[in-house]
Structures are given as C-alpha cells and as structure tokens.
Ligand binder design. Structure first.
Ligand SMILES: NC(=O)c1ccc[n+]([C@@H]2O[C@H](COP(=O)([O-])OP(=O)(O)OC[C@H]3O[C@@H](n4cnc5c(N)ncnc54)[C@H](OP(=O)(O)O)[C@@H]3O)[C@@H](O)[C@H]2O)c1
Length: 305
C-alpha cells in the first residue's frame, strides 16, 4: 500500500472467474494499471462461487496477467488460510501453512507480492494466534507486509501483536449500511484499514437494473427497496449546483463515505466491467480534489447487517 494522506484505490478480484470472465479481468487490469494504480487484492478462495473447479482461479488470472505483461511493480495483497472456495469456515492458519502460502505466492507473483493477510479467523486461542504471527513476522522480515481480514476476536490479535509490533493492514466491511470499524477499536489511531463491500455487495438504485448476473444477486443478497428509496430521495433533495459532475449513483455516495471515513488507508473497488472502473477512477480523482467534501456529513445511512 502507498502511504498517502487519503485512501488508495485498490482493485478487487473476488468475482474474477465468476461473473467477471478472464478477458474482462484482463481489461480491468490493463485499465487500472495504465491509469497509474498498482494495488490489487486477492484471496486463495476467490471466486467463492462454490464451484470446486474454480478454486484459485482468480489468483491464476492475476498471475497470468502479470506474466503476459511482464509486470513487476504491482502491490498484490493476498488473503490466505482458506482450504476451498465453498464459503466454508475451514481454514488453516498454522505457522507452517502460512509459510507455505508465503512461498507459493512469492513464486506466483514474484516482486508483485506486497502483503499477506490472515483471512477469516474465528479462533479464541491466544497461543494458536501467536503461532500465526510468528509466520507473519517472518514474512515481514522478507519485505512482505502483514495484515488481517475477517477476524472474530480483534482484541486478542491486538494483544498478541504487542509482542511482534507488526504494522498491520486490516480489511473491514465498511459501507453506509454496516461497518466493522468499531469492532477493531484496539487498532484505531493509524490509517491501516481498507474498506471492502462499499456498495454493500452491489446495491442498485433502480430495481430494474438488477439482472441474474448482478453481484448482489449471485452472492445471495436481496435488494433493499426501502434504502434505495431513501438514497434516491437524498439525491433528489441535494443541492448539486457547486459540484463538477452530478451525483447520480450509489457507488459515488459509497466512495464519498469511504474516502472521508477515519482510519482508511484503502478503498476496495470491485467493478464488474470497464465502464464501472472508468467511472470509479474518474470519481476518485474528483474526490482527491475535494469536490464532494461537504456531502460526507449528510450521507444517508441504513441499518442492515
Ligand atoms: N476481506 C474480505 O473478507 C473481503 C470480502 C469481500 C470483498 N473483499 C474484496 O473487496 C473487493 C470489493 O468487494 P465487493 O465486491 O463486495 O464490493 P462492492 O463495492 O460492495 O460491490 C461490488 C459491486 O458493486 C457494483 N459496482 C462497483 N463499482 C460500480 C460503479 N462504478 N458503478 C455502479 N456499480 C458499481 C457492481 O455490481 P454489479 O456487478 O452487479 O454491477 C460490483 O460488482 C472484492 O473484489 C475483494 O477483493 C474482501
């Protein structure tokens, strides 16, 4: 990750090999890279489409793109520990398994590998968690940053990390309907959080814009009409005369929310095609110019988990 005064845009790959085919993923990577961005997020279990034949497909697409284009300056975040892509809680976070993962991704991505994250940890056992940190500390010695994602007991992690002093990056679900930020209070105080799910999995403001391929639908989510109505009313009532471009989409509001949230080092974008990525990048540059700062404090909020 870069260490700027504002959150960096990170390209997500959760849907690659699922609703986003290899060719589209290649186009997204081309566009993202050519626009000057370098941070890409992956996980062993992407895509989590419960098709065993797709296990590790997303990482293979990313690795192939780096090979074909001879790219060595990406900053790839890999979340590790999962044993399948069935959305099962089965995972292995032992020291030896994490070190194997580090070797695997070092071989697959070479110098592009930036960060190794523990992915989904339901453990209460402090000694077992400490063992995982021994592996993360070895990774950090080799120049690979360490991180966390989907941790049930952040306070135990914070306690264990007192002995290791790792400069952890942490992915959290953070959007207008729900946020994990408060759960990670022991880690507050530094820009170390990366927001995912900023569109709450793919909210559309108009019901007719959902299709059978919509991210929200294929991932088992349900459109929330009440919240969509609230957002539409908010946009209709908003005085937009001073803005460089009108606010029209939920993704734009989601990005304003993430951009100005405290503690964020990164915003995960999960575009399903080039038009969405282009829109996200263009809007991100307007945010960097401060164009929508006044909107953050008045954004509509929902109350879903
Ligand atoms: N740490 C974790 O446990 C964790 C969990 C989840 C995700 N992640 C990471 O975060 C990334 C993003 O997560 P997410 O997919 O849940 O994010 P999200 O932003 O909540 O949902 C992405 C969906 O929002 C819609 N969208 C995105 N950009 C848009 C735009 N510019 N205009 C209109 N609609 C837009 C698309 O829906 P349609 O495809 O329906 O158009 C897209 O598939 C993932 O790829 C993954 O790398 C991490």
């Amino acid at each position: 990750m870069k260490h700027d005064a504002f959150p960096e845009l990170v390209l997500g790959s959760a849907m690659w090999g699922w609703t986003v085919g290899r060719n589209t993923a290649f186009q997204l990577l081309d566009y993202f890279y050519e626009s000057g961005f370098r941070s890409v997020d992956g996980a062993t279990n992407y895509p989590i489409d419960k098709n065993p034949g797709h296990f590790r497909l997303s990482e293979q697409i990313l690795a192939e793109w780096t090979r074909v284009n001879q790219v060595n300056d990406l900053r790839v975040i890999m979340k590790v520990g999962s044993l399948d892509n069935m959305r099962s809680p089965d995972h292995n976070l032992t020291k030896s398994f994490l070190l194997l993962a580090m070797d695997h991704y070092g071989a697959l991505f070479g110098g592009n590998l930036d960060t190794l994250m523990i992915h989904w940890d339901n453990r209460d056992d402090e000694a077992a968690i400490r063992e995982s940190y021994e592996a993360l500390a070895i990774a950090q010695e080799k120049g690979i940053a360490a991180g966390l994602s989907g941790i049930r007991r952040p306070e135990i992690h914070a306690l264990v990390n007192q002995a290791f002093g790792l400069d952890l990056l942490i992915q959290i679900k953070h959007n207008l309907l729900y946020s994990d930020y408060e759960r990670y209070a022991p880690f507050h105080g530094k820009r170390r959080f990366i927001a995912y799910g900023i569109n709450a999995g793919g909210i559309k403001l108009e019901k007719e814009n959902y299709t059978g391929k919509s991210s929200l639908i294929v991932r088992g989510g349900k459109p929330d009409e009440e919240f969509a109505n609230k957002v539409r009313s908010f946009l209709n009532a908003l005085d937009q005369r001073s803005f460089p471009a009108p606010l029209t989409s939920f993704n734009q509001l989601a990005m304003i929310h993430a951009f100005y949230s405290p503690g964020l080092a990164g915003i995960l974008a999960g575009p399903s095609g080039i038009a969405q990525l282009a829109d996200t990048i263009q809007f991100y540059s307007l945010l960097k110019e401060g164009a929508y700062a006044s909107v953050y404090g008045v954004l509509p909020a929902g109350n879903q988990g």
